[in-house]
Design a protein around this ligand. Structure first.
Ligand code: UDP
Length: 393
């Protein structure tokens, strides 16, 4: 049996221990894990000790521990290969790979669970269920296990395992997919995506917010983001949008760009002179404030950003998507009438100009629809439901 590092929790003897399984394939799984941890800490202070682990990178053997490292290349530079691995043969290829990986890893995962001795396990990653169920079946002690799906609409079938105690999904479509995969309705819950608790709190009034962010009080504002890593053609979009909103020297809008961890892009954009009021940021910790201060958002189809934009009442222009897991987010936005899809930077600029101009009433109507679709309390509802499950043990 491999030797596995356990938790450091000498001061946590009176607390119940929750182990959250995630992996850094994209930023969303860690963000959801952290949102849940924050939800437990806020709702049930000092009752739970929570460890978040990257099961793939830190506990599995080669080549499975290389998956998180390969993910940025696969999703951004070789989307055809990612599409094949994700959905090839009607998802048969990924199922076979997961089964193989599960067999290779079951001892290591069992040793990990033994070392942590959790009272409950939460998975926020599609590759955890199969191997965890194999490992748990070999343990002497029963450990309740729940899955929190971090995809918004379309979900890979590997998310769903009928043996888990509860599965939390974010949309009707995901719910239907889970039922098709054989999950019992009594173990299936629809609350929304686990978003950090800051989005559940009311923000300051817009004039005050804009003053503190040093934005123009009157001009409508468009927010440009490219996920946590600042990926995609954010720079080209910013250029085109600014040009269009400049309106020949009488600006009809202002621009906020959030470059995330893409420092090079932030430096390039910050060094430029802009024809409209422009606010160029690196990674920000106050996303709820920037969203509340703006009138619409341009983003890739990341589930976290979409869910946060809906809560904030921001109509959405989707500028691209990662094949596979983000694909279904496009019809989710379009069919619900809360935005448009456009991959061309000049086309995006034209949409923003329309929304801030002759289609202002349409923009306001979409904002109201977005707000009605948002689930600001989802994290707390998920946390409460998990605690109820633990109490019923
Ligand atoms: N984010 C943030 N600060 C930044 C950029 C992004 O807090 O400067 C957050 C954003 O609010 C969202 C997450 O990063 O919660 C991005 O998640 P998404 O699912 O949209 O994309 P990913 O980066 O996971 O592909």
């Amino acid at each position: 049996m491999p030797v596995v590092a356990g938790p450091a929790r000498s001061n946590a003897r009176d607390m119940q221990h929750i182990l959250i399984l995630m992996s850094d394939t994209g930023g969303g799984h860690r963000a959801s894990a952290q949102a849940l941890k924050a939800g437990f800490d806020e709702r049930y202070p000092r009752r739970f000790h929570i460890d978040i682990i990257d099961l793939l990178s830190d506990y599995l053997a080669w080549p499975l521990n290389q998956v998180p490292k390969a993910y940025p290349f696969l999703s951004n530079d070789a989307p055809w290969l990612w599409k094949l691995l994700y959905g090839g043969g009607g998802h048969r290829l990924s199922r076979v790979l997961a089964r193989l990986g599960g067999r290779m890893s079951v001892k290591r995962v069992g040793a990990c669970f033994d070392a942590f001795q959790p009272d409950l396990i939460i998975s926020v990653h599609p590759l955890m269920q199969h191997v965890s169920m194999l490992a748990l079946a070999r343990l002497a002690r029963r450990i309740p296990y729940v899955t929190v799906v971090t995809d918004l609409s379309t979900c890979h079938p590997l998310w769903f395992h009928p043996a888990v105690d509860a599965t939390y999904v974010a949309s009707d479509h995901s719910c239907a997919l889970a039922r098709q995969a054989g999950l019992d309705a009594s173990r299936l819950h629809l609350f929304g995506l686990p978003i950090r608790p800051a989005f559940a709190r009311p923000t300051r009034a817009r004039p005050e917010l804009r003053r503190s962010l040093e934005m123009d009080q009157e001009l409508p504002a468009v927010l440009l983001v490219g996920g946590g890593e600042g990926v995609g053609p954010v720079e080209e979009i910013a250029t085109q949008v600014a040009l269009r909103l400049a309106n020949g020297g009488a600006p009809v809008g202002q621009l906020v760009v959030i470059c995330g961890r893409n420092k090079a892009m932030r430096e390039r954009l910050a060094a430029r002179r802009w024809p409209v009021p422009a606010f160029i940021n690196g990674f920000v910790d106050n996303m709820p404030e920037w969203m509340a201060a703006c009138d619409c958002i341009v983003t890739k189809a990341g589930p976290g950003t979409i869910a946060e934009a809906l809560i904030s009442g921001l109509p959405i222009i989707l500028s691209g998507f990662i094949p596979g897991q983000e694909e279904g987010n496009v019809p989710y936005v379009l069919d619900n009438g809360v935005g448009e899809y456009c991959a061309d930077p000049a086309g995006i600029a034209a949409i923003v100009a329309r929304w801030f101009g002759e289609e202002r009433a349409h923009l306001d109507a979409m904002a109201a629809k977005a707000r009605a679709m948002g689930h600001p309390q989802a994290t707390f509802q998920i946390v409460d439901s998990i605690v109820a499950l633990l109490e019923a043990e």
